[in-house]
Design a protein around this ligand. Structure first.
Ligand code: ADP
Length: 299
């Protein structure tokens, strides 16, 4: 079983001809409300691929909570360990997209910020084969979950996103780190997102990480293991909206690892799932079934 501990956000998007300047009001489209949040996206992607998945997170008692819980349940994600916090607001992301597909996003963490270490179902995390973590909930909760998993021998997949410095204990408990080019650059202190296998291996080794995946958008992914670095090209697709592609990749990677695949094989499934997600609008609404992902993998 895969346990995902982390964020659940409602994505509120509006399209406008251009992004407003400070102090300015622009008129936009009707608002579009979709389930999102890195962790709930990862959970949905894994469940859509057929994995048994339990979500651990926190929502408020407003209408957005229902949208998130309904979507997770529809994808097949177990939601009995999601806590509902009376009086809290569910996490939201306010997204404005302009005609050139540029966006600005303000995330209001809401209930996600109140997910405490005490909310973690220790037994569930210990019994999991894979624990999936990201950084949109308090770091002490993420760290505690990783420590429970480490002690039990559960594989820990940490998506270092959104980037922040993390305690060394968290990296020590991590089995596989997942970063995109920007997060790798933040780790290296470089100002540009230049990704080369040797650089990646060196930057990751400096923080004690020996197994990792660096996602490269349309270019696929780099798989870093003690044996070396492998580049895996992504399937070629007509990309429409890459929102949630990174989360789809991570959910699929966790699925592959839970099935006992090698990191490279799991990353192949990640590439197919991320690429498929890029061909459709939205995050969770764009995720493939196992058959759809495997078809793209073979194409
Ligand atoms: P993030 O959104 O976290 O920055 P990436 O942009 O690196 O993540 O995308 C994650 C994964 O999604 C990639 O490794 C790849 O597998 C897939 N992907 C994203 N964009 C495309 C694309 N245009 N074509 C094919 N695959 C894509």
């Amino acid at each position: 079983m895969i346990v995902v501990v982390g964020s659940m956000n409602a994505d509120l998007s509006v399209r406008a001809s251009r992004l407003p300047l400070p102090g300015e009001t622009v008129i936009g489209s009707d608002i579009d409300v979709r389930p999102g949040g890195k962790s709930s996206n990862q959970a949905a992607a894994a469940a859509r691929l057929g994995a048994t998945v339990a979500m651990v997170g926190a929502v408020g008692d407003d209408q957005y909570a229902k949208i998130l819980l309904d979507s997770a349940a529809a994808a097949g994600v177990g939601i009995s360990d999601v806590v509902t916090l009376p009086g809290a607001a569910t996490g939201t992301a306010m997204i404005v997209v302009d005609a050139a597909a540029e966006n600005t996003i303000v995330v209001s963490p809401g209930a996600n910020d109140q997910l405490r270490p005490e909310d973690l179902p220790e037994r569930l995390v210990s019994d999991a084969s894979v624990l999936c973590l990201a950084l949109e909930t308090p770091i002490e909760t993420v760290l505690r979950a990783a420590e429970i998993a480490e002690e039990a021998g559960t594989t820990v997949v940490l998506n270092l996103s959104p980037y922040r410095e993390v305690p060394p204990e968290l990296l020590r408990a991590t089995t596989v780190l997942v970063v995109n080019e920007h997060e790798l650059a933040c780790l290296s202190g470089a100002s540009e997102d230049v990704v080369d296998g040797e650089v990646a291996q060196r930057v990751l080794a400096a923080i004690g990480i020996t197994n990792a995946v660096v996602t490269l958008g349309a270019d696929g992914a780099l798989v870093v293991t003690p044996g070396g670095v492998t580049h895996l090209a992504a399937p070629r697709v007509e990309a429409v909206d890459t929102t949630g592609s990174g989360d789809a990749f991570t959910g699929a990677l966790a699925t592959g690892l839970a099935e006992g695949r090698s990191l490279t094989d799991a990353a192949r499934l990640g590439n197919a799932t991320g690429a498929y997600a890029a061909t459709r609008a939205g995050a969770q609404t764009s995720y493939p079934s196992r058959r759809e992902a495997e078809e793209l993998l073979r194409s």
